[in-house]
Design a protein. Structure first.
Length: 118
């Protein structure tokens, strides 16, 4: 199983980034996919989640209206479009795949750094 995030980097406040997470080694279309973020000394927090079919998504309160999660089940990839970025969005962003089917399947990527600074 592999989840490989990309697209992070340094951006100015108000700017945009698009994160990608390429998945392999499992049946991507059967998993809910999420983006989490974490800053040092704080717990990992949910940024956005999209269900396996792509038909529904939810967002953490601090990113609603600014971030959009999407997925391409043919490319086994989930995306996070981040607009109107703020310094408080600075964090390591992690991709997560989750399925509850007889047992829990829970996979994580290695993370990608997003830094919002002028």
């Amino acid at each position: 199983v592999q989840l490989v995030e990309s697209g992070g980097g340094l951006v100015q406040p108000g700017g945009s980034l698009r994160l990608s997470c390429a998945a392999s080694g499992f049946t991507f279309g059967s998993y809910d996919m999420s983006w989490y973020r974490q800053v040092p000394g704080k717990e990992r927090e949910l940024v956005a989640r999209i269900i396996s079919s792509g038909g529904s998504s939810k967002y953490g309160g601090s990113v609603k209206g600014r971030f959009t999660i999407s997925r391409d089940n043919l490319k086994n990839t989930v995306y996070l479009q981040m607009n109107s970025l703020k310094p408080e969005d600075t964090a390591v962003y992690f991709c997560n795949a989750y399925r509850d089917y007889y047992k829990i399947y829970d996979y994580w990527g290695q993370g990608t750094q997003v830094t919002v600074s002028s």
